[in-house]
Design a protein around this ligand. Structure first.
Ligand SMILES: Cc1ncc(COP(=O)(O)O)c(C=O)c1O
Length: 416
């Protein structure tokens, strides 16, 4: 069981902030995401406390969980937003975040997205290629604006994590190669509608070893020196997100303070404001996916399956990244069993747990898939004609619907 103040058993029933999850499922149906608001806020505060010694601006990476209520809860605490597309920018603005507290990433922003960002007045556009810089200049010029730009550097640091979520390596598509920096600095001199205001990197996600940050930050500091020696006034120094969380109690994440211990001495006194873009760290353990056991079956080789009403359409991480999620019975059972917890989708990769010892819950009972707050609902799909589930947010013992369950009509509403 993950050590969480926000999801814990009381009298044998799993609760969120003290609210019984069986009651929540009864009220809102399943599959259902249950988000603890207090968990979101407490993770944000823990992050802020760790880096309090630095002048900094934390921009929650909206891609981790873009529900408007999640964005609002964090913005209310003073958190900014890092968005990766026009759609995420729309969400952040819709949630009431001031544009000057929004920064925009994205390796392939379209001209429409650049125009939308510039017209909205975002704080920074993070550019990832020479061609993109030219596009930003073109669009800004057309609009009669000067774009505030940060350049995302590819520091060529290969962080040890799942290969699909390492982004700071020269093999990957992200960022500007160091060999191109001369040309890039030249562009800021020659193109009239660009202002170089920041340096940026993001080396990946779920990174356990602070040394990867140290290596990449050192490279970015070297770029800061070069930029300054050329006369650029750099205000923002963005070291991205990627800070880890515990999914599997056997593999506890490195505490955030260990990252701060290494990074604060490197970054203090540099005369820049540090931007952080944590996503997973804030959202992952804020949410459980509640699902009901539809059927149980045991095959002739003695393998037991729990077939539940949620699937890879709600949480693709086990299929995509072979990731571990704890699965708990909402009502505690004395007896356990080794089983596969699988969904209803027609794919063998549609599973939450394989050969896992879990409480021997019965058909019709509820399971909770933990750590379903980041890269879960946002990666959901309608594959197999499945309806996107409802989401509720619990705050101080009360559950509020923050996303309605999709209907069959909505499933086809954009089709002719
Ligand atoms: C540019 C950028 N910033 C921040 C993040 C957030 O990463 P994490 O959720 O691991 O903190 C990502 C995620 O991949 C990203 O691409």
């Amino acid at each position: 069981m993950l050590d969480s103040h926000f999801f814990s058993y009381a009298d044998g029933t799993l609760c969120c902030e003290g609210l019984r999850l069986d009651g929540v499922a009864e009220q809102f149906g399943t599959p259902l995401y249950v988000i603890s608001r207090q968990s979101l806020v407490s993770q944000f505060k823990a992050f802020e406390a760790a880096f309090a010694a630095l002048p900094h601006f934390t921009c929650y990476s909206v891609k981790a969980n873009f529900n408007l209520s999640v964005i609002r809860a964090l913005a209310a605490e003073g958190c900014g937003c890092d968005v990766n597309s026009g759609g995420e920018l729309y969400r952040a603005l819709k949630a009431g975040v001031s544009p000057d507290r929004i920064i925009m990433a994205g390796v392939g922003k379209s001209e429409q997205e650049i125009e939308y960002a510039l017209n909205s007045g975002v704080l920074l556009l993070k550019a990832e290629s020479v061609s993109e810089l030219r596009a930003i200049d073109r669009v800004a010029g057309r609009l009669g604006k000067v774009a505030s730009v940060a350049i995302r550097i590819n520091p060529n640091v290969t962080a040890e994590t799942h290969p699909y979520i390492t982004t700071g390596d020269s093999k990957e598509k992200f960022g500007i190669d160091e060999a191109e920096l001369g040309e890039v600095f030249g562009l800021f001199r020659s193109l009239p509608s660009l202002a170089l205001q920041g340096l940026d990197m993001h080396i990946g996600s779920q990174i356990f070893d602070p040394e990867y940050y140290v290596a990449a930050t050192q490279k970015l500091l070297d770029v800061l020196d070069s930029a300054r020696s050329l006369g650029f006034d750099i205000k923002w120094f963005d070291i991205g997100g990627g800070f880890p969380v515990t999914y599997d109690p056997q593999k506890p994440a490195t505490p955030i303070e260990r990252f701060a211990e290494k990074l604060v001495p490197m970054l203090e006194g540099q005369g820049v404001t540090i931007i952080f873009e944590p996503g997973r760290f804030i959202a992952a353990n804020s949410t459980v996916l509640l699902t009901r056991i539809l059927y149980k079956k045991r095959n002739h080789v003695g393998k037991e399956f729990f077939i539940v009403d949620a699937g890879m359409t709600e949480l693709i991480r086990p299929a995509l990244y072979q990731s571990h999620h704890e699965v708990l019975s909402v009502t505690r059972r004395e007896e356990s069993v080794v089983a596969d917890v699988v969904g209803p989708v027609c794919e063998s990769s549609d599973f939450f747990a394989r050969q896992r010892m879990i409480d021997n819950a019965s058909e019709g009972e509820l399971l909770a898939v933990l750590s379903s707050g980041a890269y879960a609902a946002v990666m959901g799909s309608n594959y197999n004609g499945r309806l996107r589930p409802a989401e509720v947010m619990v705050d101080g013992g009360e559950a509020k619907l923050v996303r309605q369950r999709e209907s069959y009509e909505q499933l086809v509403q954009n089709e002719i």
